[in-house]
Design a protein around this ligand. Structure first.
Ligand code: PEP
Ligand code: MN
Length: 262
């Protein structure tokens, strides 16, 4: 089992990538293979999808667990996935390295308490609620145990209607610097449109946060959810190169900055 300190390292930039949701074995395995070839270590994809509309794709659920197992075992990737209910923790324990709590459940306190089980050492990614303050975000982290939490800024709701949400780098930096927490950012959900992802990724890398989580799909236009914001592996490759360049400037001493390789 990995722990938070295995993922968050001074001067390194954690990259988590993968499709919004697991749709089929072939869809997940194929994009995971491509990402692994690019050096990505942590694969993200959701089995359970909390959707605003009951008519939207709800996720494949436990049926997709063997597909994630294959990615973990054959490709040697770490698996990050979202839990929307505490009953999902036990059946997935052997496969899921980085459980995460999505923005809609940031204040699902029973879920947070269940994830805070002291016998569990896994890092937990806690995404910020769409209208949560930094204080509320940290209070939620306390339910899990701050020392295991990796925060993730994923955009908050503001007066703008030109993008899905607004990436609050201010709040992310306050959480990091004032509260000494590792913080990632998610440009995909913040923007909701794929054309903005490369530039937002540069901003995130330059901000000095600890890493990024990006949605990547081989055929975004056919994706069962969040198609408009998912980028192709080709675009992701360019983004990786640019992030690497920024980090080489920021950490001029270090030549190994991308925490993508194992
Ligand atoms: C996700 O990461 O797939 C997701 C649903 O994000 P959020 O909870 O931030 O909306
Ligand atoms: Mn998504």
């Amino acid at each position: 089992m990995i722990e938070r300190q295995d993922l968050i390292k001074n001067g390194k930039f954690l990259i988590i990538a993968g499709p919004c949701a697991v749709e089929s074995e072939e869809q997940a395995y194929s994009v995971a293979t491509t990402l692994r070839e690019m050096g990505v270590q942590v694969f993200r994809s959701a089995l359970w999808k909390p959707r605003s509309s009951k008519d939207s794709f709800q996720g494949v659920g436990l049926a997709g667990l063997p597909w994630l197992r294959r990615i973990k075992e054959d490709l040697g990737m770490l698996i990050a996935t979202e839990f929307v209910d505490k009953d999902q923790i036990n059946p997935t324990r052997e496969i899921v390295d980085v459980p995460w709590v999505g923005s809609r459940n940031m204040q699902n306190f029973e879920l947070l308490k269940a994830l805070g089980d002291e016998t569990d050492q896994r890092p937990v990614m806690l995404k910020r609620g769409v209208a949560s303050t930094v204080k509320e975000w940290l209070q939620s982290a306390d339910y899990i145990g701050r020392e295991r939490v990796i925060l993730c800024e994923r955009g908050v709701r503001t007066g703008t209607d030109s993008t899905r949400y607004t990436l609050d780098l201010n709040g992310a930096l306050v959480a990091k610097h004032d509260h000494n927490m590792p913080v990632l950012a998610d440009p995909s959900h913040a923007a909701g449109r794929r054309d903005l992802i490369p530039n937002l990724s540069l901003a995130i890398a330059a901000s000095g946060l600890d890493g990024i989580i990006i949605e990547v799909h081989k055929n975004p236009d056919q994706a069962l959810c969040d198609g408009p914001q998912q980028i192709t592996p080709e675009t992701f490759r360019e983004v990786l190169g640019q992030i690497g360049a920024i980090h080489r400037v920021l950490n001029a001493q270090s030549d190994e900055v991308l925490m993508a390789q194992r």
